[in-house]
Design a protein around this ligand. Structure first.
Ligand SMILES: [Zn+2]
Ligand SMILES: [Zn+2]
Length: 328
């Protein structure tokens, strides 16, 4: 009923705009190729995407007490939108999950950093369309191998409009660094350049899981929960970013369901534990205290960012998550 209503409303709105105002239209992603949408102004001028690497949903929002994520559950989610049962519907490994988020396409990318994404990313499309240099978009990751997110193997786009990167040890695209250093360096970069688009990856949850260290894995979920709050406070205390920045917090993948294979130690298959993650969105254009169960997946993040920052991602398969936006 609601769907029918909103569809009818959308058609009527579009017809009215076409007939009476001549307002311009932009085409949406592939999933909705035939749908035209009116151009809408957003308050968001900057976007930060925080990817907490590989917590299992049963230790985050799948736990009704949310005991390991007090800040995400009681401080941040109420200030924005929370998508429970958000999904990685592609390959549930680190580089593939991050690639899906950045390009709007599921692709099995080699997980050792030796393979670039097939499609250009939101960073490249954004810098190109806005004619901005590389300091306006940053990839800042604890894992060096995630420097693949800054480029594509697509021959037309390879090496073009690439974002700046600070990945791994000393930002050199090698090894794994400590999340505390990543958070420190991310703050310096944000303060110095105020990029319009930034991705930050924190690795400790995933690493502790692979090391089969249950208490440390849980502690890492708490530590990253704290960093997420610190990041939001940093944004809201920064004179440039305050009130015009959207923060998206999500995961690249989950981990095996309890009782499946070696459980929290690993991930990478199709089990529900590996697929199920969450997404939190905070910012001036998102509703407050709005919770959705399911519906969306990783491909929809860059599509929604592209809508807010007004650039096109013709190769994206994602859809814009319109229902997250406040009513204009
Ligand atoms: Zn990962
Ligand atoms: Zn699994």
């Amino acid at each position: 009923m609601i769907l029918i209503k909103s569809y009818r409303y959308r058609i009527l709105t579009i017809l009215a705009l076409v007939l009476f105002t001549g307002v311009g239209f932009s085409f949406n992603s592939d999933k909705c190729k035939d749908e035209v949408r009116p151009v809408r102004e957003y308050k968001t001028k900057y976007v930060v995407v925080l990817i907490i690497d590989g917590p299992r949903y049963s230790e985050t929002f799948g736990d009704s007490t949310c005991q390991y994520i007090p800040n995400l559950s009681t401080v941040l989610a109420p200030q924005g939108v929370l998508i429970k049962n958000f999904k990685n519907n592609g390959t549930t490994t680190t580089n593939s999950g991050h690639t899906a988020i950045c390009t709007g396409n599921y692709q099995s990318v080699k997980n050792d950093g030796s393979e670039l994404p097939k499609f250009p990313s939101m960073f490249q499309y954004f810098l190109n369309e806005k004619n901005l240099d590389s300091t306006h978009a940053w990839v800042i990751t604890s894992k060096g191998k995630l420097n693949i997110l800054a480029n594509t193997k697509n021959s037309k786009w390879n090496g073009k409009n690439t974002p700046s990167q600070y990945c791994g040890v000393d930002g050199k695209g090698e090894g794994y660094t400590n999340d505390a250093y990543t958070w420190r360096d991310a703050q310096s970069i944000l303060k110095k350049y105020h990029p319009e688009m930034t991705l930050i990856n924190l690795l400790e949850v995933d690493v502790r899981g692979h090391q089969n260290e249950w208490p440390e894995y849980l502690q890492a979920i708490k530590t990253t929960d704290n960093t997420a709050l610190n990041l939001w406070n940093f944004i809201q205390n920064d004179p440039v970013y305050k009130d015009n920045t959207t923060l998206i917090i999500t995961n690249d993948h989950g981990r095996h369901t309890v009782g499946h294979k070696n459980g929290f130690v690993n991930h990478g298959d199709n089990c529900d534990g590996c697929r199920t993650i969450y997404m939190i969105g905070l910012g001036p254009d998102f509703k407050k205290n709005f919770v959705i169960d399911g519906m969306y997946d990783q491909l929809d993040i860059s599509a929604t960012i592209a809508e807010m920052l007004h650039f096109k991602m013709p190769t994206s398969k994602g859809i814009v998550m319109d229902e997250l936006f406040v009513t204009p």
